[in-house]
Design a protein around this ligand. Structure first.
Ligand SMILES: Cc1cc2nc3c(=O)[nH]c(=O)nc-3n(C[C@H](O)[C@H](O)[C@H](O)COP(=O)(O)O)c2cc1C
Ligand code: SF4
Ligand code: SF4
Length: 282
């Protein structure tokens, strides 16, 4: 069996989960490879594949524009099975709406969308999760991935059902797709910028050009936050979202948060997600 995992990732969460998924498939005897989605990069070959995985983070209950653009560029297919793999900052049912447009695009092209896998990973905008929460999320993903990999190998999977209200909320917030290119044009380096060029290198949209050792932001921003998150000097000002800026990576391999710490976050929904992952393992 040959599987290609095409991953759109801003700040590395989706890449981390997707690569772990690839390793699990390989451990189970599958030929699996990762392709990183980047604007302007040559498209991957899909001939000879038995399955495709398309991975992306959730942005405002939708798939990011950059991931959708990739799906639109995929060649037509006569029934290649596809699984969607998503990461999000919280285990909200609203996030299920982020599969609606990808499923429509892929089905129109002749792909057979066979299942959706969702993993909660730390937020890269709005607020910073604790490293303990990040470690618990990662542990939970590691518990879920082996079962999900088996589901894919068996050609099984479930598709999320999204009720009308959630569809409406996600549809309304799709305004993000037109707003981010406008907002992103106003991202600026502060005086702390040392001109290292890392922001330009990590941008999956190739939206940053270095001019006289200063990043200049173009009109293709998809709001992934890689530039602000990865800047070693915390020197990227993200316009109207600046108070939501999260800078710097998470330590995933520390002590996972206890149930008490988890409860401090947003009601019990994280706990339910973690416990479901632990049950799945048993
Ligand atoms: C612009 C933006 C919007 C987001 N919207 C949501 C959201 O609607 N729901 C959610 O649970 N997480 C949301 N997140 C959090 C990301 O989905 C989450 O941190 C994800 O794991 C990031 O993946 P990446 O590191 O591969 O880019 C959002 C992040 C960004 C940058
Ligand atoms: S990553 Fe930060 S320090 Fe480096 S060029 Fe970009 S803004 Fe400047
Ligand atoms: S400019 Fe920054 S936020 Fe926008 S797509 Fe590039 S890395 Fe992501």
């Amino acid at each position: 069996m040959k599987v290609l995992l095409c991953l759109f990732s801003g700040t590395g969460n989706t890449r981390r989960v997707g690569e772990r998924f690839r390793d699990e498939l390989i451990a189970k005897g599958v030929e699996a490879e990762v392709y990183s989605i980047k604007k302007g990069a040559p498209m991957p070959a899909t001939e000879g594949l038995d399955a495709l995985v398309v991975g992306y983070p959730i942005h405002a209950f939708n798939a990011p524009r950059g991931a959708l653009a990739f799906m639109k560029r995929l060649p037509a297919s006569d029934g290649l099975p596809v699984w969607l793999l998503r990461t999000s900052g919280e285990p909200s049912k609203l996030n299920d709406a982020a599969g609606i447009t990808p499923k429509r695009i892929l089905k129109k092209k002749g792909y057979r969308v066979s299942g959706e896998f969702s993993y909660v990973m730390p937020y890269n905008i709005m607020f910073r999760h604790s490293d303990g929460m990040a470690a618990r999320m990662w542990k939970s993903a590691e518990l879920r991935i082996p079962g999900d990999a088996e589901t894919l190998i068996a050609g099984m999977g479930t598709l999320c059902k999204v009720n009308a209200l959630r569809r409406l909320v996600a549809f309304t917030l799709r305004i993000e797709h037109s707003a981010m290119p406008l907002v992103g044009r106003h991202f600026r380096p502060t005086e702390k910028c040392v001109g290292c060029g890392k922001c330009a290198r990590v941008c999956p949209q190739n939206n940053i050009k270095m001019v006289d050792d200063r990043p200049v932001f173009g009109k293709n921003c998809t709001g992934c936050m890689a530039c602000a998150f990865c800047c070693p000097e915390d020197a990227v000002k993200i316009s109207i979202f600046n108070s939501w800026r999260v800078n710097g990576g998470y330590a995933f391999d520390g002590e996972p948060a206890s149930d008490d710490e988890v409860c401090r976050y947003c009601h019990k929904m994280y706990l339910r997600y973690f416990h479901a992952g632990e049950q799945a393992k048993k």
